[in-house]
Design a protein around this ligand. Sequence first.
Ligand code: AMP
Ligand code: ZN
Length: 112
Amino acid sequence: MNRDCVFCKIVSGEIPSKKIYEDDTVYVFEDINPVTPIHWLFVPKKHLSGAGEITSENSDAVAKIFETAASLANEHAVGDYRIVTNCGKGAGQTVFHLHFHLLAGRQLGEMV
Ligand code: AMP
Ligand code: ZN
């Protein structure tokens, strides 16, 4: 738990969120400012600042996130989707707790 981190506060329930799913490792919720009709955020419950901190010691949480994404996408029949993570300010990262965006619900354009 990082006291200054908005996503740690969402995981702990201190800040409300529209929860899609949670288990011991992963928390999934709706993005507050969706860019597609379906825009979910997948975060590890344990704080990591971003994709640049993924190591062999913690990558089990990342695998769990992708397993969860596949399962929820099927369960909710979201259709085709894109999963992205921004690593660093220059790549558009604004919240420094590792998260993966799942975007779906309309035809998606090019990446950048
Ligand atoms: P990024 O720019 O890749 O770091 O993504 C951060 C995302 O978090 C943005 O899409 C924001 O809309 C979203 N966001 C920020 N604060 C909240 C919040 N309190 N609840 C839900 N989503 C949030
Ligand atoms: Zn955090």
